[in-house]
Design a protein around this ligand. Structure first.
Ligand code: UTP
Length: 326
C-alpha cells in the first residue's frame, strides 16, 4: 500500500534549527524524525511513498533516497496553502479509488499499523487529550465518527485527530478537496484536511477511529525533547562505556562521536561526529559535528556544527535562538 507523507512545511516553531535543516531531518533519539516514521511504515508493509516536499525539499529527498529503497515519488508543493492542498497535488500519482495511508511527517507514532491498514472502513488515528481546544476532534457514536470539529470551544469530544489517516476511497478524498478548493473554502487561511474529511462524512463515507496510544509530537522544542526522552527510554540502545565518563541511561551516543571526561544522560542524544569533553549533558539533543566542552547543558538543543564551551557569558547566537540561564 501507498503512504502519503506531507513534509512541505517550514517548521517555524523549531527555528533556528529549521533555518538550515527541514524539520523532519532533525535528530531525535539517534535518527531523523522521518527515519522513525519510515521504519514503522516499512515494518507494516508499506512499499511505496509519495512525499510532499517544499521547504528544503531537496535535503529530504536526498536523505530518503540514500537510506530507503522503497519506491518514492516526490511532489513539490511550492505554495504552502494547507494540508488539503498538499494532498490534492498527489492526485496524478494515485490510482482511481486505491486506499491510502496519510501520515504527517512530524508525528512519530506507536500503533498496530498492520491492523489499521486492514480496516474495512476509513479510519482516523485519535489520541485522548485533556484539553481538546488546540486540536481537531472527532465526535463519535458507537465507534463511528459523526462529525469533525476544528479546535472546539465547547467540550464536544476529547478525541484529538493526531495526523494518521487511513482512507479507503482516495476518489472521495480528492473530490472533496476539489470542492473546497473550487469554492475557496479556507479555514484559518488554509485548505484544511479536516474540512475535506468532514465533507466526505457529510457525503456518506463511513469513518471509524483507531487509538494511537503512542503519539510523539516533534513540532516544538519542548515536544522534540520529550519525544527524545520517551524514545530513548523505549529503545534503550545498550550504551558502551567511555573511559573517564559517567553514562546515565537512557542515552544515544553515535558510534563515531567522541566523549571524554563527561557525564552524559539521562535522556541525551549525541549526534554523529560530535565532540563532547569536560561537560555534563542531560535531557538534550546535541547535533552532528557539534562541539560541547566545559559546560553543563540541560533541556537544550544544540544544532549541527554548533559549538558551545565555558559559561555562556560571551555568546554569538543566531536569530530566534533561545538561551535559559538558570
Ligand atoms: P504544521 O502545521 O506542523 O507546519 O504541519 P510546519 O510548517 O511543519 O510547522 P510550523 O507550524 O511552521 O512550526 C503539519 C505537517 O503537514 C505538513 C508539514 O510539513 C508538517 O509535516 N504540511 C502542512 C504540508 O506539507 N503542506 C502544507 O501546506 C501544510
Amino acid at each position: 500500500m501507498k503512504a502519503i507523507i506531507p513534509v512541505a512545511g517550514v517548521g517555524t516553531r523549531l527555528r533556528p534549527h529549521t533555518f538550515s535543516h527541514p524539520k523532519v531531518l532533525l535528530n531525535v533519539a539517534g535518527k531523523p524524525i522521518i527515519g522513525h516514521i519510515m521504519d514503522k511504515l516499512i515494518d507494516a508493509g508499506i512499499d511505496e511513498a509519495i512525499v510532499i516536499v517544499g521547504y528544503l525539499g531537496n535535503m529530504v529527498e536526498e536523505w530518503l533516497r540514500k537510506n530507503y529503497s522503497i519506491r518514492f515519488t516526490f511532489v513539490n508543493q511550492s505554495e504552502r496553502l494547507g494540508l488539503a492542498h498538499a494532498l490534492w497535488m498527489c492526485k496524478p500519482h494515485v490510482k482511481k479509488d486505491e486506499p491510502l495511508f496519510i501520515i504527517l511527517g512530524d508525528t512519530i507514532f506507536d500503533v498496530d499499523l498492520q491492523a489499521v491498514l486492514k480496516s474495512p472502513v476509513s479510519s482516523l488515528g485519535v489520541h485522548e487529550v485533556k484539553d481538546p481546544r488546540r486540536f481537531g476532534v472527532a465526535v463519535t457514536e458507537n465507534g463511528k465518527i459523526l462529525k469533525l470539529v476544528e479546535k472546539p470551544d465547547e467540550p464536544v469530544s476529547n478525541l484529538a485527530i493526531v495526523g494518521l489517516y487511513f482512507l479507503l476511497h482516495s476518489e472521495g478524498l480528492f473530490s472533496s478537496i476539489d470542492h473546497i478548493i473550487e469554492n475557496e473554502m479556507k479555514t484559518k487561511g488554509e485548505y484544511q484536511l479536516t474540512d475535506a474529511l468532514q465533507l466526505m462524512i457529510e457525503q456518506g463515507e463511513i469513518f471509524t477511529t483507531f487509538a494511537v496510544e503512542g503519539w510523539y509530537d516533534c513540532g516544538k522544542p519542548e515536544t522534540l525533547l520529550s519525544t527524545n526522552k520517551t524514545l530513548l527510554l523505549e529503545n534503550q540502545p545498550g550504551t558502551k562505556q567511555y573511559p573517564g565518563c559517567i553514562i546515565n541511561d537512557p542515552v544515544f551516543i553515535a558510534k563515531n562521536a567522541s566523549v571524554e571526561n563527561a557525564i552524559i544522560g539521562p535522556n541525551a542524544t549525541i549526534g554523529e561526529h560530535a565532540v563532547v569533553s569536560d561537560a555534563i549533558i542531560r535531557d538534550s539533543i546535541i547535533g552532528n559535528d557539534a562541539r560541547v566542552s566545559h559546560i553543563m547543558i540541560d533541556h537544550s538543543i544544540v544544532g549541527n556544527n554548533a559549538s558551545i564551551s565555558g559559561n555562556p557569558h560571551e555568546i554569538n547566537i543566531g536569530d530566534y535562538s533561545e538561551i535559559r540561564v538558570r
